[in-house]
Design a protein around this ligand. Sequence first.
Ligand code: TXA
Ligand code: MG
Length: 326
Amino acid sequence: MARREEDIERAVAELAAGKLIGLPTETVYGLAADGTNPAAVRRIFAQKGRPTGHPLILHLGESAWIHRYARDVPPLALDLAEAYWPGPLTLVLKRTEEVPLEVTGGLDTVALRVPRHPLALEVLRRLGRPLAAPSANRFGEVSPTTRAHVIHDFGDTLFVLDGGPCDVGLESTIVDLTEDLPRVLRPGGITEGQISQTASRALGKADEGAPAVPGTLEAHYAPRAELRLVDPSRLYGEVVHALDEGETVGVFGPDAPPAALQSRISFEKMGSIASVAHDLYATLRRLDDARCTVIFSVFVDESGLGRAVADRMKRACVGSRRSRMS
Ligand code: TXA
Ligand code: MG
């Protein structure tokens, strides 16, 4: 039996037995459980160290499954599903009784998406049930975009399917469709412009009445090092200052360091905004592994995908300061 086939069968068997697996998706790797098995879903919270009130996304194998897990589905949900599923878009809808309360943290709504990764789709379709899966990292820390990241965080007792590095590299866009106006709760791979175009109307404001949920916490996605965001023109001045103070410095920036600094810092080059999205988490993890105490990066242009990149960088920045103070 080919390796891929063997791995898929093992993944499906473990899920059917109520175990957790590491699941590649096009956004980030997920820590997945059978989303219809409450005991399995509870294991996700325990493994991740995640508070149980924080709801999980339910991943579907086909758009058609939407009606089994969501009720009063508005036409816009079907339009968005048609346009962007499989893909990095999560829709918050009213849930049906089929969804265990463990998945939704007791909410009457449920977050649904069809992932685009072929291995995730194959596992979902063979299992024939949805998978509850948060990002496969410890709560509050940097999300995983490779199998090695997941094993780094959870050890090799967890079975992790190897789907290569994630295409998008940032978590899905979350759109709440339970109110009059659609609202983006978390920016991601599908931009607000794309959503409002499909909706043919303006979107509601994200912060009005939004539930306090992990992806919307001010501090999240944090590396161990302190992340500092600066204006590109001030970058190397700040780096020199930090070196003078005895810090071990990493830089994720657009311009290579001046020759005199090259051997004194760890430098990772920023490319296009899509490549920054793709590389951000892996880069933060690499600079942590290089034992940097401070990581410098720059503010990015917040249009299109830049919105999601800036969102994650700012939360990582706040989160890294907080964990250093505590
Ligand atoms: O790309 C992704 O979305 C990845 C991959 C694995 O699919 N998953 C992911 O899951 O990022 P997680 O648990 O790290 O983030 C899920 C987000 C949280 O911010 C959660 O609060 C929100 O989805 N969410 C889930 N159900 C919700 C609901 N009923 N209402 C509002 N927000 C919800
Ligand atoms: Mg997460």
